[in-house]
Design a binder for this molecule. Structure first.
Ligand SMILES: CC(C)(COP(=O)(O)OP(=O)(O)OC[C@H]1O[C@@H](n2cnc3c(N)ncnc32)[C@H](O)[C@@H]1OP(=O)(O)O)[C@@H](O)C(=O)NCCC(=O)NCCS
Length: 173
């Protein structure tokens, strides 16, 4: 993994030392309303999670790459990006921007830089995102980036879950 940049944003491969920077941002329960994961229980728990992620960037069966970045603006950590790159050329993406930093186009720029990287360096041909139907900001972000809802999701969903897809060969890429 290497550092990526996007108009005023730096995406650093996530490692254990980022936990102290991310803890104040991620301990905000409002961020987790629509997420599967709840806020980390403590800084120590976040450090352990990041240590695991840093040590395991490939799934146990070797079939998927697990990639995580911290989004930084100068010295400030403003968010987090995640991609699960599969062997069929698909990548699942996920994103969080700290409450104090939302509404400034950071997710749009960060996720676009991630999509460019996935297409260019991992030869991904499509990106997928799973989202709760009530998560308006996330759906607005996906639509702004050219994602569309999938009629048939690649796995079973709960009644409130949706999967969005974007082809990475498209002119948006
Ligand atoms: C979803 C999230 C990452 C968006 O981050 P952000 O940096 O505020 O988004 P941006 O400022 O880049 O906005 C991107 C687009 O979405 C739209 N948007 C963002 N928040 C919005 C809101 N609350 N209501 C309506 N539109 C919104 C913006 O208008 C923009 O569209 P435009 O470029 O056409 O104007 C952020 O709200 C978040 O972290 N939420 C909590 C975590 C989460 O739910 N993650 C997604 C899990 S699937």
């Amino acid at each position: 993994m290497h550092t990526l940049s996007a108009a005023g944003l730096v995406l650093e491969p996530l490692c254990e030392r980022h936990a102290a920077l991310m803890w104040p941002l991620l301990s905000d329960a409002r961020l987790h309303i629509h997420l599967d994961e709840s806020a980390p229980a403590s800084l120590d728990a976040l450090q352990q999670r990041y240590r695991r992620w840093e040590a395991h960037r490939v799934s146990p069966d070797g079939q998927a790459h697990w990639l995580n970045w911290v989004m930084r603006v100068q010295d400030h950590a403003v968010g987090w990006l995640q991609a699960t790159v599969q062997q069929d050329g698909s990548a699942w993406v996920a994103y969080v921007v700290g409450t104090a930093h939302q509404g400034q186009g950071l997710a749009r720029r960060g996720v676009q830089a991630l999509l460019d990287h996935l297409r260019r360096d991992h030869r991904c041909t499509r990106a997928l995102a799973q989202v709760e139907a009530a998560n308006g900001p996330s759906i607005a972000l996906l639509q702004a980036l050219g994602f569309e809802p999938m009629a048939v999701a690649p796995h079973p969903l709960t009644p409130t879950e949706r999967v969005y897809e974007r082809r990475l060969e498209s002119p948006h890429a």
